[in-house]
Design a protein around this ligand. Structure first.
Ligand SMILES: [Zn+2]
Length: 98
């Protein structure tokens, strides 16, 4: 069985969020683990925006890593972020980017 790195999150005050149109990148959001920048498309709204932010933040828990590791963990990150967003949304949590 492949060994897995433990989650290790960077300090929150080092993470930057940028709202940027990402149509050309064919993505709703993306994360740059080295610079700790998350970019999110301004057209994302509601529960999907909440889910995407959770998703990209979760990715930051396992850096540095290579593309192969990223692909392996994509399934887990997607499942967890969908679950958390679904239930946070049910509980009335909303996502406003200031
Ligand atoms: Zn991902």
């Amino acid at each position: 069985m492949a060994s897995r790195k433990k989650l290790h999150f960077p300090p929150s005050d080092k993470i930057k969020l940028k709202v940027k149109k990402l149509g050309r990148e064919k993505a709703d959001a993306r994360v740059f683990p080295d610079s700790l920048i998350i970019e999110v498309d301004p057209r994302l709204k509601g529960k999907r925006r909440l889910e995407v932010l959770i998703h990209e933040l979760y990715h930051l828990g396992r850096f540095p890593r290579d593309n192969e590791t990223l692909e392996k963990e994509e399934h887990e990150v997607t499942k967890v972020s969908e679950f958390l967003a679904e239930n946070l949304w049910r509980f009335g949590v909303r996502c406003v980017i200031e």
